[in-house]
Design a binder for this molecule. Structure first.
Ligand SMILES: [Zn+2]
Length: 176
C-alpha cells in the first residue's frame, strides 16, 4: 500500500504507486482543496510509466525550498477584500478579477499550461453561469460573453457591439 501524507494529514491509501503519485500531484495542483479536486482534470502521466521501487526508509522533513519555488512557478490565487474578487498573483504581477476561486483557478490553469502568456486569455471564450441558481426551464437566461466571438477582444459587461471589430455580437452569433 502507498499512502499520501502531507503536513501530518492522511490523504488516502493506494494499491498502485501510479495512483498514489497521481493523487499527490492532483492534491498539490488543487491546493488541497477538495472542491477543486473534484473538477481537476490533470492527466495521469504515471499510468504507463515504469516506476522504480522506493527505498523503505527515506529521510524525513520537507524538501528545502519547494514551497517558495512552487509559488514562483505556479503563481497563487489571492482574494482582494476591497473589491471582493479573487485574482492571480504571479511574481509582481496581478492578473484578473474573478467572482469565484474556481474561475480564478481555471484561468491560472490555462496560464500555467501556456507558459504564462497572457494572450491566451483572449482566445479562451468563456461564458459565466451562476452555479447556485435554480434553473427555471420556462425562463430564457442571459449568457455573458467575456470575449468577442470574432476577434477575441475583451468585452465589457453588457456590451452588444465589439469595440474592436465593430460586429453586432447577437447578429454575428445567430446569423452564421
Ligand atoms: Zn470583435
Amino acid at each position: 500500500m502507498y499512502r499520501v501524507k502531507y503536513n501530518n494529514k492522511d490523504y488516502g491509501e493506494f494499491k498502485k504507486l501510479s495512483d498514489a503519485l497521481y493523487e499527490r500531484d492532483a492534491l498539490f495542483f488543487c491546493n488541497f482543496d477538495y472542491d477543486l479536486l473534484v473538477e481537476c482534470d490533470l492527466e495521469n502521466k504515471y499510468e504507463n510509466m515504469v516506476l522504480p521501487p522506493f527505498p523503505e526508509k527515506r529521510p524525513k522533513g520537507r524538501i528545502k525550498g519547494t514551497k517558495v519555488n512552487k509559488k514562483e512557478r505556479e503563481g497563487e490565487i489571492l482574494f482582494n477584500h476591497k473589491i471582493k474578487k479573487f485574482y492571480i498573483q504571479k511574481g509582481d504581477e496581478t492578473i484578473g478579477q474573478y467572482d469565484t476561486m474556481t474561475e480564478a483557478f481555471y484561468y491560472k490553469k490555462i496560464l500555467m499550461a501556456n507558459k504564462w502568456d497572457k494572450n491566451i486569455l483572449k482566445t479562451n471564450i468563456t461564458k459565466k453561469i451562476e452555479v447556485n441558481i435554480i434553473i427555471d426551464p420556462a425562463v430564457e437566461y442571459e449568457v455573458q460573453l467575456n470575449f468577442c466571438p470574432k476577434c477575441k477582444n475583451r468585452l465589457k459587461i453588457g456590451e452588444t457591439e465589439c469595440p474592436s471589430c465593430g460586429i453586432n455580437i447577437e447578429e454575428y452569433l445567430f446569423n452564421r
